[in-house]
Design a protein around this ligand. Structure first.
Ligand code: CA
Length: 382
């Protein structure tokens, strides 16, 4: 079996209403997909992480100019071999960011091909499924004004609750006083409803502000406090972890077994959050899961991107062991972004959805999705 073609699809769709997270305004949906063809038939799909302010052309260029030449004529089933080839050959200018996101896209597509070749879901290739459904948490609470939106965000919490979500993650990082007002309003809105809350400041603060916010957050029995400080400040993570009761999470801006190994060795996080399209793909998530298991650190993937990244994340979520086994052990939960996103709804024949409060994980071969060619063409810009 040989790889015969690697094609990137850069997708864009302007948002009717731009929204903000703590790092800026997001005007456009974008995605970098890769399609890998083979001489024996199976076609694999993968995706590179592209956060709202990142040009999707960067990962596409890495795939086209740096990675595709390394894979020409290779056997797509040599997934681990090819991962190391891509990583080592880009080390001197890669290791992080869009280069590793590009590796991730290729790696996901190779796992998709392998699953289709063997006629099994990727979770089976990873050793089998610990779960066939996963509990989702609602991600949302983006800002449309910037500050002073606590009442609207409290209403949004009730909408997530009415839609069946019993866990939700609040975007913070818009000034500590505004954040506290938002927490108070949402806390009151969901009080007594059995809702699990998490927060995410997208590294908006330095240590002093992150701690000031953190002491208030400690009142709320949160499942986690995500990206409290910039990813470079590992000592800051360690300090917050030692001073706060709330578990500290992070990792969507970290990469590979090397980056996560460092986070874990230094005791930076209680919960590590690799993103499949950014950490190095399915292979890297598997490496990171083993590291976490060895050190008692929960792995709870960050999930962003189109229906392709969502499907790949679900396969890995199926195959993730619980970190601390018990009769009523806590498993990973699925990040389910509730904002409007055409690349999630339209790109595949069966988009991810909530049924009876859970998300069902596909048992189809590979990633278990079928792309819709017309939708790809509608949003393709390259
Ligand atoms: Ca986040």
């Amino acid at each position: 079996m040989k790889i015969t073609g690697i094609r990137t699809h850069v997708l864009k769709s302007p948002l009717a209403q731009p929204f903000a997270f703590s790092q800026g305004w997001v005007p456009t949906r974008s995605a970098t997909l890769v399609e890998i063809t083979t001489d024996s038939g199976p076609v694999g799909w993968g995706e590179a992480f592209a956060q709202g302010m990142e040009a999707p052309e960067i990962s596409a260029a890495v795939i086209e100019h740096a990675l595709a030449p390394l894979l020409s004529g290779a056997n797509p089933l040599d997934i681990e071999v090819l991962w190391h080839r891509m990583y080592h050959r880009t080390r001197d200018y890669g290791r992080k960011g869009s280069v590793v996101a590009a590796i991730s896209a290729i790696d996901i597509a190779l796992w998709d091909i392998a699953g289709k070749h063997y006629g099994v879901p990727v979770s089976r290739l990873l050793g089998g499924a610990f779960r066939e459904t996963v509990q989702p948490y609602a991600t949302g609470f983006y800002r449309i004004e910037g500050q002073g939106e606590a009442p609207r965000l409290a209403d949004e919490a009730l909408q997530h609750y009415d839609a069946g979500f019993r866990a939700m993650k609040i975007k913070l990082g818009f000034g500590v006083d505004d954040d506290i007002a938002v927490m108070r309003a949402i806390g009151r809105a969901v009080e007594g409803k059995g809702v699990t809350l998490m927060v995410d400041s997208n590294h908006a603060y330095g240590r002093t502000e992150a701690l000031r916010l953190g002491y208030v957050l400690d009142e709320y029995d949160l499942r986690w406090y995500e990206e409290p400080v910039v990813p470079e400040d590992i000592d800051g993570y360690v300090e917050l972890r030692s001073k706060l009761r709330t578990p500290i999470a992070g990792g969507e801006n970290e990469h590979t077994l090397y980056g996560f190994g460092e986070l874990m060795r230094r005791g930076a996080v209680d919960i590590a959050q690799p993103d499949i399209g950014s950490c190095g793909g399915v292979s890297a998530l598997r490496h990171i899961a083993v590291l976490g298991q060895a050190q008692g650190i929960e792995i709870n993937p960050h999930v962003w991107g189109s229906a392709v990244a969502q499907a790949a994340s679900l396969q890995v979520l199926a195959a993730l062991p619980v970190t601390h086994h018990s009769l009523f052990a806590r498993g990973p939960i699925l990040e389910y972004d509730r904002s409007s996103h055409p690349f999630r709804r339209e790109l595949v024949t069966e988009p991810m959805s909530l049924e009876d409060g859970v998300v069902r994980i596909s048992q189809g071969p590979g990633l278990g999705i079928e792309l819709v060619p017309e939708a790809l063409e509608r949003y393709r810009v390259n």
